[in-house]
Write a protein of this length. Structure first.
Length: 339
């Protein structure tokens, strides 16, 4: 019969490994045929002989092709560290078929969560309470926090340590701990977008929001178009942020912002990075610049000169146009601004 025809079966399993199911018991124990079958589909290990399911090379090839084929390996090889790790690398869900002995092996689980933190889900309860292993798992995948023991999930110090490595964990911590300012600030420090994961109590706490800005100046981008107070406070602590220039509040409230302790450096930052915005809006800055020598010199350093219209002419509107052109021609390669 064809089921015992090696050449015929070999050709079939090359096309579809599952055809190994139709081979005779003799051919199911043929290493060459089984290798071709699992090369096509690792799950065809299911139809191999018990002897080959216990063959290291065969099983290794199978799990490298499809990690879920671990379920068909012999009990001995399901306990083999290298076989299991190769299966996990291919498919994390192959952990379902790992023996209880390995699920309780710290060394094995540590290696597994380094590959994919989700693997913590299948570890033993003892392992899920191991700080080092859980930290490693979360570092790889933030959802691993949900598989940690309850003891660790409610441990404030542990959560702080976790957030330093993966701030997105804030999304998964218990609701009652999302009120903890220390935990929240540690998360904001690393990623300002985690603000959205916080409870409404902190989201509406103005003092907390200011603390967030101080600890991470990028945080201002979450508020850059709707809160002058927060903007000014941010400028006092972190003036060198691009968001100040993108902010309409900034340009419309120079009279307040000029009072900040960093206004000189704010102007310098604008001139360094957004000089055209300064030129286009110089009338908003002029009252806080022209009477201060430091500011005048700063502008000169950027080839910007200011001239008071009343000082250079007492003529009418049409005559001023001539005077303006005269100054522009006189100070070539300079940016001439009149006020």
């Amino acid at each position: 019969m064809f089921t015992n025809n090696k050449i015929f079966i070999l050709q079939l399993v090359k096309e579809n490994g599952f055809y190994l199911n139709y081979a005779s018991d003799i051919l199911k124990n043929d290493k060459e045929i089984v290798l071709e079958a699992i090369k096509n589909n690792g799950l065809s290990l299911r139809f191999a002989s018990s002897e080959l399911k216990n063959n290291y090379d065969i099983v290794l090839k199978a799990v490298q092709n499809n990690g879920l084929s671990l379920q068909y390996a012999s009990k001995i090889l399901k306990n083999d560290k290298d076989i299991v790790l190769q299966a996990i690398k291919n498919n994390i869900y192959s952990l379902i078929y790992v023996t209880k002995k390995l699920k309780n092996n710290k060394e094995i689980i540590f290696e597994i969560v380094k590959i994919n933190g989700y693997g913590l889900k299948y570890a033993s309860n003892i392992i899920k309470n191991d700080k080092l292993i859980v930290l490693e798992a979360i570092k790889n995948n933030s959802i691993a926090f949900t598989f940690a023991s309850k003891e660790l999930q409610y441990n404030n110090n542990f959560i702080l340590e976790v957030i330093k490595n993966n701030s997105n964990v804030l999304y998964f911590i218990p609701k009652e701990l999302k009120n903890n300012k220390k935990i929240a600030l540690e998360s904001i420090k690393n990623n300002c977008n985690t603000f959205y994961f916080l409870c409404n109590t902190l989201k509406n706490d103005n003092n907390f929001i200011i603390d967030c800005i101080i600890i991470n100046y990028n945080f201002i981008k979450l508020f850059y178009n709707n809160d002058l107070y927060l903007l000014i406070h941010n400028l006092e602590h972190n003036f060198n942020t691009k968001y100040i220039i993108l902010n309409k509040l900034f340009l419309n409230n120079i009279n307040y912002i000029a009072k900040t302790i960093n206004f000189y450096y704010i102007i310098k930052f604008i001139l360094d990075n957004f000089i055209q915005i300064f030129i286009n809006n110089y009338q908003k800055f002029i009252n806080y610049i022209v009477d201060e020598l430091d500011y005048i010199q700063l502008c000169k350093d950027y080839n910007i000169l200011f001239f008071c219209i009343d000082d250079i002419t007492s003529f009418g509107e049409y005559d001023f146009k001539d005077v303006k052109n005269e100054y522009i021609n006189k100070y070539k390669n300079k940016i001439i601004l009149f006020y």
